[in-house]
Design a binder for this molecule. Sequence first.
Ligand SMILES: [Zn+2]
Ligand SMILES: [Zn+2]
Length: 257
Amino acid sequence: MTKLDARRRCALRWKHALVPNALRNVQDVRKMTNEFIIRRSDDMRAEITSPTHRFVVDLIARECSCNRWTLTGMPCSHATALIQEIRGLDIVEFIDPCYYTEAYLATYELRVNPLMDRQLWEHVELGYTVLPPMSRRPRGRPKKKRIKDPNEAKRTKRMHKCSRCGNWGHHKSSCKESLQAIEAQGTQALPKQPRKQQPKRRANNKKTTSTPGTMEGSQPHVEGGNQSAVGVSSQTLLSSAIVVVIFFVVFEVGVSE
Ligand SMILES: [Zn+2]
Ligand SMILES: [Zn+2]
């Protein structure tokens, strides 16, 4: 509203028939016409030769072979040169009416009505209630994948280490490493941290299970807890189991003798 008004009031101050931008353009183009050679074929047509090109201007058709006049609606330098050559012609008549101040004023003639505060608006009773539209279920399978927020933290991908060759990024089943290469790598790839720990546990378990132990039943329950406590208890269990085994061997030897 204020912009429309500002532009309209600005345009009211313009004295020329053309909008200031168009007027400036005409003045610029006029400066370029000095070096043209004009060869007229009749009253309204001519060849305009510049140092580099030759164009044909037709004032009745309002066109020049450089096409600038047709494109912009403003006579090009060639057409301007011919218009200046012919007496009694005004360049403004050859300019598209959209560049006229009159046209500019007509554009901004429309006035937006000022509006009072919302609290002062008149309350209107419609006599009916506006309900939401009768919506149908949309086509296709409903989306299950949640649209993630752009700021949402992305899940970090965990790399998998191949248990065959020890390289990162693939599984044992899709391992393409040659056997020679794996053997060349030797023991470097194979002994990983979990593997080193596992044999110890298995050795302990085997010995405890092999012996007809006394505390066996209660032992596995403790194993889930504190690691140092488990280590100590398994060591004592192991030593006691060895003692029992030695005892049995000695006993059996004694019986057989
Ligand atoms: Zn031209
Ligand atoms: Zn591999």
